[in-house]
Design a protein around this ligand. Structure first.
Ligand code: SF4
Length: 467
């Protein structure tokens, strides 16, 4: 998915930029990048972070990165930041989102004899396409609007310019940008969890499509926010860091409310509640507190050498890493009826192994309660790792089995009270060998987040989309 951090200060910004960007490491596994602007120009560093931490890859580069303004990114896709020379002046760019019409935009540019560099994977770089669209206009503000209007999908971005840092949220606000401040410094971040330890306080949640220009003295609004918003609901369920807030709503609180809603709609008899680490934990605490049933940890995550959440890109190696990370505790499993909360069941392959392991260790019953409805529609707005491709989704696999290979009646399957939905859930339950499986209802997820449904993107679950 990716996330970014930018800051501008009366003093050198590199330390805050380095740690602020590092605090986005849970959002991407492919590339990390930093760029700073100093009196003589730009400095930049990009590394592959598939096999190592952002921090260990960038520490050695810090002495050459100096200046009082900079942008950084953790990217699940292209190498960033890019530095562009243009009639608007030199600028650096980082982006988060997904451009669905990238080929069409590239063809249009080729007709104008504009060329692009390829990424190392042979694809076009979305950030380069966005920068090119910005350069079609006479100001950064108009250029950003041009890009936002032309792109199908979503794109939030930071621009590092001579005058300051532009922060621009995508036009429907699928991904957040939050402005923070401290004495002599301002920052823009995807995750507010980057702020507390760097001394920043949240000053403003940018609205959808809003553009601001930050300097070390403050920020100016350069475009008002749009009315319509479609912020990604999955941020609260899974991707977001527990200490972060979007639209003023804290992630961990939402997870407690999700768990509590699951508990209120459940009458299963169990001995203990557990969370599948990491994001299942908040949901499970909410469930356990609501039901007043002990929270236990039958799986403990081994973090000293397996700290990253979903590295590397190869799915079979990721499955292996995921399995090696979770160590079962037999004493907490044997003879127990255990209920697990999980953020969502994306593919279910790893869960299948975990459930088998629980029964091998003597669990009497294993119940699963995902904090959101079954994922049926792939995301069209954010770049995720391959594990979220359509055919991999546990729900789609079940539908395909039930419909003899046909991809039909998806809307019926998405309705939580339909017969087809019940058949799909039962098919997933059987595959995972669970005693019971009950998903969160969409209306309860929306209530747990606390925003009106029309302000949330819920496309993953009900297929609804606004462009
Ligand atoms: S489709 Fe799902 S993951 Fe993608 S933006 Fe919408 S809610 Fe988020």
């Amino acid at each position: 998915m990716g996330g970014f951090f930018g800051n501008i200060s009366k003093e050198d910004c590199v330390k805050d930029l380095f740690y602020g960007t590092d605090y986005h490491s849970h959002l991407g596994t492919k590339r990390g990048g930093l760029a700073t602007k100093h009196s003589k120009g730009f400095a930049r560093s990009i590394h592959n972070i598939e096999n190592n931490y952002f921090r260990s890859k960038f520490e050695a580069d810090l002495p050459k990165l100096h200046g009082n303004k900079g942008i950084g990114v953790i990217s699940d896709y292209d190498a960033q930041p890019l530095i562009f020379g243009s009639h608007l002046g030199r600028f650096g760019i980082v982006t988060v989102g997904k451009i669905n019409n990238i080929e069409e935009l590239a063809k249009k540019a080729f007709r104008k004899k504009i060329h692009f560099y390829e990424t190392s994977g042979g694809d076009l770089s979305p950030s380069e396409i966005v920068a090119t669209l910005i350069c079609e206009e006479d100001s950064f503000e108009d250029g950003i609007e041009n890009a936002q209007e032309t792109i199908k999908g979503s794109c939030s971005l930071l621009l590092l310019t001579e005058d300051g840092i532009y922060a621009a949220r995508d036009k429907l606000g699928r991904t957040p940008i939050v402005i923070g401040k401290k004495e002599g410094s301002y920052a823009a971040t995807s995750e507010t969890s980057a702020f507390p330890n760097l001394g920043f306080e949240i000053d403003k949640y940018l609205g959808p499509g809003e553009i601001v220009l930050m300097t070390a003295d403050g920020y100016e609004q350069r475009k008002k926010p749009n009315e319509k918003m479609q912020i990604c609901a999955f941020l609260w369920v899974y991707y977001g860091f527990p200490a972060s807030s979007y639209e003023g709503i804290n992630v961990e609180f939402v997870r407690y409310r999700c768990g509590s809603a699951l508990a209120k709609n459940d009458d299963v008899e169990i001995d203990c509640v557990s969370g599948i680490p990491d994001s299942g934990i908040g949901h499970a605490l909410g469930y356990a507190n609501e039901k007043k049933i002990p929270y236990t940890r039958p799986f403990v995550k081994y973090t000293p050498t397996w700290p990253r959440s979903f590295m590397p890109q190869d799915q079979s190696i990721r499955d292996l890493v995921a399995r090696m990370k979770l160590i079962p505790v037999k004493e907490l499993i044997e003879g127990k009826k255990i209920l697990f909360c999980e953020d969502s069941i994306v593919r279910g392959t790893q869960l299948q192994d975990n459930v088998q392991g629980l029964f091998d260790y003597g669990a009497l019953e294993v119940h699963m309660r995902p904090a959101c409805p079954t994922l049926i529609y792939p995301c069209e707005f954010l770049n995720f790792s391959t594990s979220r491709s359509t055919l991999d989704l546990a729900g789609r696999k079940a539908i395909s089995e039930l419909e003899k290979g046909e991809d039909v009646f998806l809307d019926d399957y998405a309705k939580s009270n339909s017969e087809k939905n019940a058949a799909m859930v039962d098919r997933i339950r059987q595959r995972l060998k669970l005693t019971s499986l009950k998903y969160q209802k969409l209306e309860n997820l929306v209530k747990a987040i606390g925003l009106p449904k029309e302000k949330l993107c819920t496309h993953c679950w009900d297929g609804s989309s606004y462009y």
